[in-house]
Each structure stands twice: as C-alpha cells, then as structure tokens.
Design a protein around this ligand. Sequence first.
Ligand code: SF4
Length: 291
Amino acid sequence: MARTALRLSENVSGPFFVDESCIDCAVCRHLDPAVFARSPRGLSFVARQPAAPEERTRALMALVACPTSSIGTDPKMDASAGVAAFPEPLGEGVYSCGFTAESSFGAWSYLIARADGNVLVDSPRAAEPLLSRLSELGGVRHMFLTHRDDVADHAALQRRFGCERVLHERDVTPVTRDVERKWAGDDPVPLAADLLAIPVPGHTAGSAVLLYRETVLFTGDHLMADEDDGLLHAARDVCWYSWEEQTRSMERLLDVRFEWVLPGHGGGYRAASAAAMRREIERVVAEMRRS
Ligand code: SF4
C-alpha cells in the first residue's frame, strides 16, 4: 500500500500520489498518460490530478495495475471502479489483464477470448478480483509464456484454471519446470488454426511471440513501442542473450503478416495495415543493425 509519508515531492497536490517505492515500470504512464509522468530522476509521479469521474476511473486502474502498490490516494478512495475495469477490452477479443506483478517488473498480460478456449499471454498477478472476472469470461485453457522473465504467478493461475502452460524449452527454469508443454526448435509451431508460436531468440534464448489470427502479435520483450516517440523498438539494454540473434529474429518477422503489436512492457502499436506494419518492422531491423 502506498504511504503518504513517502509521497514523492514531484506529485502535484491533490488526492492521487506516487510514493518512493515506484520501480519505474511505466505501467501507470501507459495506462493514463494524462495523469502520470516520468520525473528526471526516473520515477513516475502524478503530474495532473484526474477531475472527471472517467478520469478518476482511469487513474484508479493505474492504481490497481501498479505492481508495487506505489500509487495511493489521500484521503483513501474506493478503488472498485479501477478493479472492475479489468480485464480491459482492447479489441479483436483481446483484453489487457492489468494487475501486473513485481516479479515480472510490471509486465502486461493479455487474455484472448476464443470459442475454442481462452488463452492467457504471460501471467498477471493472481489477484482474486481478476481471477473471478477471468472465470466469468470462460476461464483459461492455455497460458502462452513468451519468455522466462514474465511468468509472474503462472503456477497459481494454473492451479485455479487447470490451463496448459506453453513455454519454449530453452527458457524453462526451476520455477517453470512443471509447465505442461515445453516446445522446441527454431521453427514456428501452430498451437491452433488461429494461433502460431514463433521463436524469436535474442532477448532470451527461448523468447517467442504469439500470432493471433494473422492480426495481433504478442511480442513479450522482443519488441515494444516507446513511450516517448510511440514507435516500435527493440531494447538492447535489456537483451540478456544475443543482440545479433534478436536482430535476425526481427528480420524473420518481415515474413509474418500482422497489424498490431501487444508487448510485455511498453506500449502497443497498431499499424494502418499489414503492409504498414511491415514497413515499421523494416525500420526497426535497420535501427537494430545500426546500434
Ligand atoms: S505503475 Fe507503479 S511502479 Fe510502475 S511506474 Fe507507475 S507508480 Fe511506478
């Protein structure tokens, strides 16, 4: 719970505040850039207090999504509107789960609602209000883990929903040794007619992206939009395995049709068409080769 005694001096006066426990995961800034901003010392702060009820709900969504409970209100405010807003529908039957976990540094997770069984992409925090809503939406049949870092509360989710967890074998660690499906190799693997797992080694050896309906690409930590310029980038400073491999993996995405990137961290990016997305990926590849 955020503590008023640790309230950052950068916060504007008013009920919402961020305290010193912020880890700069950027979740709040992506959820509500009208209210939250990044200070020169690299922490989030409340730059403007929300005014209208819908603005307050958005700020409360950031409060419940924050992985470290670093956002608070004084006086204490009922956060139920923020809780009820997750999973947040994004379109194409895809929801953002919010409720991020500190162990995955505030990584996003997503629910794909499908007639053949819902899919979680990466794991959220196992918060009961979210789990109840996931049950109402039909539960979880599969959990696709993009890589070793963002697995959060995967075991608790598996116990609750009995889902099959899917992780590339190169990224299996002691905490994920019990995942139900460990896949292998460097070729794309169809998980269903509308789901294709694509290996993208680089960020980690077993990183993978998930293509849904040739439209949405869930990219984990392989590719994300930057909060400053809004364009897609790969992050060399968090490349744990091989930048050269990651560049080659990015290049192979030029042969994949998709229009919308939903990442583990950072912002999403929706192109006007698959052709426009391909041009954006070409730019990213060129940028990676230069760096
Ligand atoms: S969501 Fe929480 S931890 Fe992340 S940047 Fe915002 S205040 Fe900091």
